[in-house]
Design a protein around this ligand. Structure first.
Ligand code: SF4
Length: 125
């Protein structure tokens, strides 16, 4: 059910760890580079994707949608790296079972460790 609904609405790829609520309901996995924390350096001045110039960068769309909905600050959250073991699993089930807790984490100036090191409780390098 999730696959059918979200594929139609958002182009969902079933990564199993849904970032939609933090990205203005724009699926970051539709980015050809699958970037989850903002655009690459190749986005054109007019907002077009460098890989598929016929398309608008998904992050331009995400920012526009997020801001229009009054949730622009959600785009500041750091998304943890994709866990590739979760592909083709339901993000809805993962959510309800608490497996995607902390998917988007606020950056802390008090604790500037890279997100993964913070999550693993490792010291800064
Ligand atoms: S589950 Fe993953 S692939 Fe599907 S919409 Fe959410 S972020 Fe995109």
């Amino acid at each position: 059910m999730e696959r059918v609904a979200k594929e139609q609405l958002y182009g969902c790829r079933m990564c199993g760890q849904c970032a939609l609520p933090d990205t203005g309901y724009t699926c970051p996995m539709t980015c050809p580079k699958q970037l989850r924390n903002g655009p690459c350096g190749g986005v054109a001045a007019d907002g077009r994707c460098e890989v598929h110039p016929d398309l608008v960068c998904v992050w331009v769309t995400a920012i526009e949608r997020g801001q229009a909905a009054g949730h622009g600050a959600d785009l500041d959250l750091l998304q943890r790296p994709v866990d590739h073991r979760e592909w083709d699993r339901s993000s809805w089930v993962n959510y309800w079972q608490g497996r995607d807790d902390g998917l988007g984490v606020a950056y802390s100036e008090d604790d500037p460790r890279p997100l993964l090191r913070r999550e693993l409780g490792l010291s800064p390098r």
